[in-house]
Design a protein around this ligand. Sequence first.
Ligand code: PGA
Length: 237
Amino acid sequence: MNIVIKKQELINEIITKDIFNLIIKKDNCVLGLATGTTPLGVYKRICDTFKDKVSFKNVKTFNLDEYYGLDKSDINSYHHFMYENLFSKIDIDLNNTYFPNDIACNNYSLYDELIKSNGGIDYQILGIGRNGHIGFNEPGTSFLSLTHISELQDSTINDNARFFSSKDDVPSKAITMGLKSIMNAKKIVIIAFGKNKALAINRLINGQVDEKMPASILKYHKNVTLFLDEDAAKKLK
Ligand code: PGA
């Protein structure tokens, strides 16, 4: 795993450039996208700078996860988040943007089939939870998991309550790409900002590969870069 420690602004710039270069090489590339606070800077930078550089017309996107039982139009849905923070501000075709709960029949592993039939994810963006989750793969999730329904842990519900009017409004379940689904991506960047991620990052770097630390599976991937700001890297030394 490559580790890059830099200021948030610089990290956002590097990842944006990476994505633009990918689109220049392969205009129908497939991006794996995350929600949450962490990737917001990258999305803002993409929106502010894509014109005259690249077009997203042929790009396809697959989001990592979505709350279970929230309507697409709900302001707390990840559909809404992506539309507000990225899709409505770039020239992407909304028909090329996919979410795991768009799958009919509740057979969510069909999402993995859909990703595969589109050529697989070229570039996957990830955040990390304080408990080490990636997507909504909570500690204890099988490393062999494909897209599935996950039960959110209390710490995740508490962390995400800031977006809702009360903790009770946070859905207790989500549909998430599994750990195996994520590992199928050709290139992965995982980003952690802020001191509240420092403990998880220390466990990720210095701990064992273990299902109790879902992100640790990334150590088995050939092309992963972990981007940290100084605060998230604080406990590494
Ligand atoms: P955050 O969430 O970007 O809002 O910190 C990251 C995550 O839980 O994966």
